[in-house]
Design a protein around this ligand. Structure first.
Ligand code: NAP
Ligand code: F7E
Length: 320
């Protein structure tokens, strides 16, 4: 019988790549979706007839229990969250409900209905925040810098706690930033690739950004969902850092993206205080040595390839 996977956040960037990946592997995929007045299936349009959708919400415990009962999953990937850092200052309580307590609700529903299943929690490099060491590993202490990061830190500890308290197969993947042509438009990489395409095609004149000196360890989402899957194929549950081991500034991203279409970013980028954050994460760089060894995981797309992939996609999307 085909293995069964339940994915929360299936309409998001990672959920869509993970659904592609697991369907290719022969899984039966169940996607948890919340009710909306307009459909949010853009990223999984090509998969609609291959996924079984279950309506549920991270805020509603009974709906999560029912989702577990309907899907009877072998593997649960908890990718749903309020994932945009700036929104977490505007809506800190809601962010805590989705991104922190949502993890408790999911783990408790699993414990009640399918305790033998395997659980993946989408943790984040944002937990390292004001970093205590460089590069960051599974042992680096956390210093979260936003309500989002605090909520993810709760979700991480809760996942470890449920593993230790109840013997569940529950793992936390500490993933550094990962991007793709399916990235949401508010995140800086997609905002830039879309902005470059618009400027090149004469649809926009400038691109307004916040702090372009911050540095991130950016990888490709397609590579990172493979790591999620590998973590659930191990004999023992364990936590892993997933990163490329290289860091770049937003400025580096701008140089390559504008350079790719023959433009200089300095002619178009305007600093806008609206996009500055009350507390910034200045530099992230991950050490995935443990994942390389135990999972055999390696990234396949480097930074320059990622930037070019995103710009070319947005040019094509806008008819360039
Ligand atoms: P994303 O594109 O923002 O997708 C978030 C998903 O969560 C969407 O499918 C959204 O559904 C769903 N969702 C939000 N609130 C929900 C609720 N109350 N009930 C049910 N579903 C809800 O995020 P992503 O980039 O794919 O990231 C996936 C996960 O990894 C997130 O937990 C994120 O915090 C974490 N993460 C991401 C990165 C990264 O660089 N991408 C790095 C580390 C960790 P709608 O379509 O209905 O809004
Ligand atoms: O910001 C700077 C901004 O919003 C990256 C999420 O997936 O990855 C993501 O969080 C950097 C920051 O991602 C703008 O200040 C400058 O330093 O693309 P971002 P993020 O905050 O790193 C982690 C791992 C997650 O877990 C999150 O869910 O870019 N920046 N100017 C800007 N950022 C945005 N969004 N917009 C700007 O105009």
């Amino acid at each position: 019988m085909a293995p069964r996977a339940l994915i929360t956040g299936i309409t998001g960037q990672d959920g869509s790549y993970l659904a592609d990946f697991l369907l290719d592997k022969g899984y039966e995929v169940f996607g948890m979706v919340r009710r909306s007045s307009t459909e949010t299936f853009g990223r999984i349009d090509h998969l609609l007839d291959r996924i079984t959708f279950i309506q549920a919400d991270l805020l509603d415990q009974a709906s999560l229990v029912q989702a577990m009962e309907e899907a009877r999953p072998d593997e649960i990937y908890n990718l749903a969250a309020q994932s945009f850092v700036p929104t977490s200052w505007r809506q800190p309580v809601l962010t805590g409900e989705f991104t922190a307590l949502g993890v408790t609700r999911m783990l408790d529903a699993m414990r009640q209905v399918v305790p033998e299943a395997k659980f993946y929690q989408a943790s984040s490099s944002e937990m390292f925040g004001k970093v205590r060491e460089v590069p960051q590993t599974e042992l680096t202490p956390f210093h979260p810098r936003s309500p989002y990061a605090v909520a993810k830190t709760y979700g991480h500890h809760l996942t470890v706690n449920y593993r230790e308290s109840y013997g569940l197969f529950a793992v936390s993947g500490i993933l550094f930033n990962h991007e793709s042509p399916r990235r949401g438009h508010e995140f800086v990489t997609r905002k830039i690739s879309d902005g470059v395409a618009r400027i090149k095609l004469g649809l926009a004149k400038e691109l307004r950004l916040g702090n372009i000196d911050s540095q991130r360890d950016w990888g490709y989402a397609g590579d990172y969902v493979r790591a999620m899957y590998l973590m659930l194929q191990q004999d023992k549950p364990d936590d892993f850092v997933i990163a490329t081991g290289r860091t770049h500034s937003v400025r580096d991203f701008l140089e390559i993206a504008f350079g790719h279409v023959g433009l200089n970013y300095e002619d178009y980028v305007k600093k806008d205080p609206r996009f500055m954050r009350p507390a910034e994460v200045d530099q992230l760089i991950g050490d995935s040595g443990k994942a390389h060894k135990a999972l055999g995981w390696q990234p396949t797309v480097d930074f320059e390839e990622l930037v070019v992939m995103m710009v070319d996609h947005d040019l094509a999307l806008l008819g360039g």
